[in-house]
Write a protein that binds this ligand. Structure first.
Ligand SMILES: Nc1ncnc2c1ncn2[C@@H]1O[C@H](COP(=O)(O)OP(=O)(O)OP(=O)(O)O)[C@@H](O)[C@H]1O
Length: 239
């Protein structure tokens, strides 16, 4: 089967700085793929280049068989995106954000069910400006799922969420994966990565230093805990 995401030879420079170098990724349907790396490793840049919202200096990208730069409209009908720190206008209610997102898509799910699933139902008439950081974060994940996407990009999906909320998000995403949803996520939490990801790609200063299943990466290291495996692979473990 054709990969849902196919990236070949992606390179992105900001002036003299190379943010991503020769990145090759293939993600299969129904796979949860984690893009990992320290702050500034190039994860968000990679997502933005894959989505075509940032231009690349070299490489090709295909998502669901489409060229993100030329077939943007068709692509965004089928893809959900959650970015770090979504900016919302001040005077807007939670349900209005959801209604607007819902109206943008031909095929969209009942956002009230998502609000219930994410424990946000009672906040539907609250102003977004009054939400806590974690509640805003949940709203941005809900927005990414409203289009009933075939593929979803989640950039630091549970940053700011409490333990219970994180587990609820994981459970829900696992359910969607079973129905065939493909997920590309970034995360700094290795327990989350272990709970969700089939495969990961670890970036260091824009270069791939490892790409495999959690199990295979764990086997090749002297550690069992994936947090330690990750630190060992990135050379960030304590001396
Ligand atoms: N618009 C920009 N102009 C110049 N440099 C940039 C720009 N955006 C990102 N960078 C640089 O490119 C590198 C990669 O940044 P990026 O945001 O992709 O990292 P990241 O892995 O997503 O980090 P984090 O985990 O902190 O979100 C960083 O060194 C960053 O400073």
């Amino acid at each position: 089967m054709n990969p849902v995401v196919k990236v070949e030879g992606l390179r992105k420079r900001y002036g003299d700085k190379t943010a991503v170098e020769d990145l090759n990724i293939e993600i299969a349907k129904g796979e949860i793929f984690g893009l990992l790396g320290h702050n500034g490793a190039g994860k968000t840049t990679t997502i933005e280049c894959i989505l075509g919202t940032k231009s690349m200096n070299a490489g090709t990208v295909e998502i669901l068989g489409l060229d993100p730069r030329k077939q943007r409209k068709q692509l965004f009908e089928r893809v959900g995106v959650q970015f770090q720190q979504s900016n919302y206008q001040d005077k807007i209610k939670v349900k209005e954000v959801c209604e607007i997102t819902h109206s943008l898509y031909k095929k969209a799910v009942d956002f009230r069910e998502l609000l219930v699933t994410f424990g946000m139902a009672e906040l539907e008439n609250s102003m977004v400006s009054e939400l806590s950081g974690g509640e805003r974060q949940k709203l941005s994940v809900i927005q990414a799922l409203i289009p009933d996407p075939e593929l979803v990009f989640l950039d630091e999906l549970t940053t700011g969420l409490d333990s219970k909320a994180r587990r609820e998000v994981w459970k829900y995403l696992s359910k969607l994966k079973e129905k065939g949803l493909t997920i590309l996520l970034t995360s700094h939490y290795m327990d989350e990565v272990k709970a969700l990801c089939d495969r990961v790609c670890i970036l260091k200063n824009g270069k791939v230093i490892a790409m495999d299943t959690i199990e295979a990466l764990t086997k090749q290291s002297p550690y069992e805990d994936f947090e330690e495996v990750y630190l060992w692979l990135t050379g960030e473990e304590d001396e």
